[in-house]
Design a protein around this ligand. Structure first.
Ligand code: MN
Length: 244
């Protein structure tokens, strides 16, 4: 196995979208087998309502992740805004490590900060306030204490409501705030940041304290995605084979 580290995010896997599910399973079974580690930076699932949901595709995805971990690829998952209810049971059932909102890793000698990306979108004050509420241990315990069918019903209503809310928000509000990006990078002492969430794939070069820094934004999986592949020599953006 080569020393290679892969990064993906924003797959938004759901029963209603079998095609990306198939591509992800294929990616884990085949492409990821050549990697030392894989980081999934949030929104692996489009709506994750608790570790007790083993309906398709959740149960199958857990099984395939576990097989890959058992075969020697370390897999780490960061919570996204759509799957922050990933919990201890998921970790135990898959062997995937669950990361916090910010994770600092050593990527072949360079300190690198990983985050889903929603925390960087500080212009969306309304979202950030709601985020604080649903990430509290109290809210989590309350929500997970409800039966699954009730959580599903609530999520459907919430999805409908937030769809309406988004209509009134500008594209700028839904992107990262440049000052927040700089502040967080300085706080963690990094010159490299990797995140997803905004669905605006890019490699940005910025100046941080007079020195060059870089921000990688991963694409969502909707048919033309690439995987960010790192090894000791540097990075590559690798396209995945498309279905059909
Ligand atoms: Mn997201």
């Amino acid at each position: 196995m080569s020393s290679e580290t892969l990064f993906i995010s924003d797959l938004h896997l759901a029963a209603s979208r079998p095609e990306p599910v198939a591509r992800f399973l294929d990616f884990i079974r085949h492409r990821a087998s050549g990697a030392e580690s894989l980081f999934i930076l949030g929104d692996l699932f489009d709506a994750y309502l608790g570790d007790d949901n083993n309906a398709w595709p959740f149960g199958l995805i857990k099984q395939v992740l576990k097989q890959r971990v058992d075969a020697g690829t370390a897999i780490f998952i960061q919570p996204g805004n759509r799957d922050f209810l990933l919990g201890e049971r998921f970790h135990l059932e898959t062997g995937c490590g669950l990361l916090g909102d910010y994770a600092l890793i050593d990527l072949y000698g360079t300190p690198t900060l990983l985050t889903h990306g929603d925390l960087l979108c500080t212009d969306d004050v309304q979202y950030q306030a709601a985020r604080v509420r649903v990430r509290s241990p109290e809210w989590r315990a309350y929500a997970l204490g409800k039966p699954l069918w009730m959580r599903q019903l609530y999520a459907r209503w919430y999805r409908f409501k937030s769809g309406l809310d988004k209509g009134g928000k500008t594209q700028e509000i839904m992107d990262v705030n440049a000052d927040t990006v700089q502040r967080i990078m300085l706080q963690y002492g990094v010159r490299r940041l990797i995140h997803g969430h905004t669905h605006r794939p890019a490699i940005h070069v910025l100046t941080l304290d007079g020195q060059s820094a870089e921000r990688f934004v991963l694409p969502e999986w909707k048919g033309s995605e690439w995987v960010l592949c790192w090894d000791a020599r540097g990075f590559r953006q690798e396209s995945l084979p498309q279905a059909g």
